[in-house]
Design a protein around this ligand. Structure first.
Ligand SMILES: N[C@@H](CCC(=O)N[C@@H](CS)C(=O)NCC(=O)O)C(=O)O
Length: 229
């Protein structure tokens, strides 16, 4: 199987780490949906990352769909899924919150980095700015209460989802006054990044979100209404 995308994309990294934890063999092909558009489009005309090409040539997209398929071919399909119903509920709730954090981050990235400043829609941008502050504070509060429960036993999927978005943004967010310390999220990131599957698919900040010189720190400045680079 071939997994295609950039590890800088949290949805892609979430998928790569999940497949690795599930012990599903795959090759990872680094491809940017912006820099390698034509090459990516030849595999998946919709250029959605992550994309998985299965051994029979089927093209799958969406991290949840790909992870679902990986479970079907994994030696143990129950890995990443807590058995205890209370822990499973917590896992699902936090996975949804982590996915929301990724989606909101993507909305804002597209709005402020891709759309020219004079074409941006301030009410939408302000709404997303509010959501991004809220979602990272919510994650931080949840982890203050539940980090040990998530990490003390077999790894649940939510720990991967939150870990990857946390790693992508916390270092930058924590430096910004709007976000404060985010200390529980930062401590969580440090713990998950020590897990072998996270290390095997390590974040490479030099990939950057767009690969054209505009960096995530620009994005963070724009989150709070500051000027871009
Ligand atoms: N729900 C999808 C979202 C995937 C997604 O938004 N991927 C982004 C990169 S992180 C992407 O492909 N953006 C380009 C586009 O939407 O055309 C998933 O979980 O995989």
């Amino acid at each position: 199987m071939r997994l295609i995308g950039l590890l800088y994309s949290p949805m892609v990294r979430r998928t790569a780490i999940a497949l690795d934890v599930l012990s599903v063999p795959f090759t990872f092909e680094i491809m940017s949906m912006f820099r390698n558009f034509e090459q990516f489009a030849a595999i998946n005309p919709l250029v959605k990352a992550p994309t998985l090409v299965t051994d029979d040539g089927t093209v799958l997209m969406d991290s949840g769909v790909i992870i679902d398929y990986a479970r079907a071919v994994a030696p143990d399909p129950d890995v990443l899924k807590p058995r205890d119903p209370d822990l499973r509920l917590l896992d699902l709730r936090l996975d949804g919150l982590g996915l929301a954090a990724i989606e909101i981050t993507l909305h804002l990235t597209y709005e402020v980095l891709l759309r020219p400043a004079d074409k941006q829609h301030p009410p939408w941008r302000d709404r997303v700015r509010g959501q991004i502050v809220d979602v990272f504070h919510m994650l931080d509060r949840e982890l203050e209460m539940h980090a040990d429960r998530l990490l003390d036993g077999p790894l649940p999927l939510s720990a991967i989802t939150i870990g990857v978005i946390g790693s992508t943004v916390t270092g930058l967010l924590a430096r910004h006054a709007t976000f404060g310390e985010l200390s529980a999220l930062s401590a969580f990131v440090e713990r998950v990044e020590a897990i072998p599957s996270f290390r095997r698919f390590a974040l490479n900040p030099s990939e950057g979100p767009l690969g054209d010189g505009r960096s995530l720190s620009t994005f963070i400045r724009l989150v709070s209404g500051g000027e871009g680079e």
